[in-house]
Design a protein around this ligand. Sequence first.
Ligand code: PNS
Length: 172
Amino acid sequence: MKNKNFAAVYPGSFDPPTNGHLDIIRRASHLFPNVIVAITENSAKNHMFPLAERVKLMKESVKRIPNVKVVSFEGLLADYLAKTGSFVLIRGLRAISDFEYEFQMALMNRQLNKKIETVFLMPDQAYTFLSSSMVKEIAALGGNTKNFVPLCVEKKLKKQLTINKLQITIKR
Ligand code: PNS
């Protein structure tokens, strides 16, 4: 990549960031001069952490990767890309089961703006089973998430679990 200002955008809801996301970010940071992790709401999901919290957790998680910036955006991804002038999207593909949704999203984004290209990266096979929703379920049921998420996320999940338990106790 000749232009050192070039940035690829890695969008997602990252609720919360996992080691699988970080693996993709590291791979992208080796391929592109700059990577923008763009965090937003996914209207199809009920988020555990508010957007500002997810941004904070992601910033903490990538602080040692120099060419990565974390931002949040609202509205259509295609509009965000048009505003920033970065038209290369990164998405992680873990398994065939991801493909249909990702394929649909990539083609829809291209339909919205023909400049948009989506590049799929495969995480290390150690992360192919990993998802934010599974991590949340494990945490909620008192399981250990240490091997699946960055330390700051592990701590946050534990704290959130304590708050949830307290709220249940107070309600009773
Ligand atoms: O990590 P996720 O939840 O799979 O990421 C999905 C995300 C946030 C990238 C997608 O829902 C999105 O782009 N949302 C912004 C609104 C939008 O542009 N929707 C049309 C997508 S084709």
